[in-house]
Design a protein around this ligand. Structure first.
Ligand code: TYM
Length: 347
């Protein structure tokens, strides 16, 4: 996990990633994203992290809840080890470059590309014509989030892979259409044992904040007893743990619990299987519950502490937005020059 980050082309390494404030945070968000964000920050690369509130409103959000959830996600970032003095942490709508570049990318990207996005199909369901135009254009704004910073690497969970391929397509088409080598072709960083944490009730479904069953997920706000109870009740099969990871092949629920254990313990699924080979779930689950509580409880406690002072969270987001703006505005100004727009004079 500590191999050096390779920089594509000649661009300076910069990491960008974002999380939507459209509901509470799950263990999936933590293992697939937040935990990795902190690791990357600690490797000394420039890291820019964003609570993407413009993305959240692609489906209607209650305004007061949106404000609270934005603060809660910011608290989750900090509680997971993102240090706002070492990473830039802000909410998207404070930095206007996202929306402005998003519009330019709407004019570069093709509608057909958007219709092919599996997440659009899933979210729009049978009512695509009735979904917001923003939901369709979502990946174009996501490309703008990343490229407003010329980010070279984007850590995400497996479910964002297709969106990141589209970001590469948009960057390449912009560079081609305007005959420049301006935007980097961003590399996704989808690594570790838990790039796709599955539902605790159904190993074929992603663990998600929008699943109607609360038993399907562990929330970052769950207390120790709730976490332990959810793991105890997690769906499994009657077989003991196998000798090798190949033995998990057609056992999605078993594989999921092994992957979660591995990610929480900072190890590989192979070594978890080696340690627990032949064990029944009756003995594995309490160990997993203990590990989950040990790792998540300090985060839950710290989130609650931070949430008690919303004004301080807002100050952190304001400072982060100033820093983000200082990077994004000059890049946006160059984009406007490339595209042929007369810019407002410097004041
Ligand atoms: P979002 O808010 O749905 O999820 C935030 C991050 O959590 C990861 N994740 C998971 N990882 C593993 N297992 C799971 N079950 C799981 N569920 C969620 C996601 O992959 C993601 O990394 N479109 C993005 C937000 C976004 C963004 C960006 C990301 C907007 N602009 C620019 C990167 C760069 C989203 O909806 O993530």
């Amino acid at each position: 996990m500590s191999e050096p980050v390779q920089t594509p082309q000649t661009f300076q390494s910069r990491i960008f990633s974002g999380i939507q404030p459209s509901g509470g945070m799950t263990l999936g968000n933590y293992l697939g994203a937040l935990k990795r964000f902190a690791e990357l920050q600690n490797r000394g690369i420039e890291t820019v992290y964003c609570v993407v509130d413009l993305h959240a409103i692609t489906v209607w959000q209650d305004p007061e809840k949106l404000r609270n959830q934005t603060r809660e996600i910011a608290a989750a970032f900090i509680a997971s080890g993102i240090d706002p003095t070492r990473s830039i942490l802000f909410n998207q709508s404070q930095v206007s470059a996202h929306a402005e570049l998003g519009w330019i990318f709407n004019c570069v990207a093709r509608i057909g590309w958007m219709y092919r996005m599996t997440q659009f199909k899933d979210k729009a369901g049978k009512h695509a014509e009735n979904s917001s135009l923003g939901l369709l254009a979502y990946p174009s704004l996501m490309a703008a989030d990343i490229l407003a910073y010329k980010a070279t690497h984007v850590p995400v969970g497996e479910d964002q892979k297709q969106h990141l391929e589209l970001t590469r397509d948009i960057a390449a088409k912009f560079n081609h259409d305007y005959g420049v080598n301006f935007f980097p072709i961003t590399e996704p960083l989808i690594e570790g044992a838990a790039t796709r944490v599955m539902s605790l009730r159904d190993g074929s479904k992603k663990m998600s904040k929008s699943d109607p069953s609360d038993q399907s997920r562990i929330n970052l706000t769950d207390d120790a007893d709730t976490i332990a109870a959810k793991i105890r009740k997690a769906k499994t099969d009657p077989e003991p743990l196998p000798e090798t990871v190949e033995g998990l092949k057609d056992r999605p629920e078993a594989r999921n619990l092994v992957n979660i254990y591995a990610a929480l313990a900072d190890t590989t699924s192979e070594s978890v299987v080696a340690e627990f080979a032949g064990a029944q779930f009756g003995s594995f689950k309490p160990k997993l519950a203990e590990l989950a509580v040990e790792k998540l409880s300090p985060i839950t406690t710290e989130m609650a502490r931070l949430m008690a002072d919303p004004a301080e969270i807002d100050r952190i987001l304001n400072r982060g937005a100033d820093q983000a703006d200082a990077i994004a505005q000059p890049i946006l100004a160059q984009v406007k020059d490339i595209v042929g727009m007369i810019r407002r004079r410097e004041v």
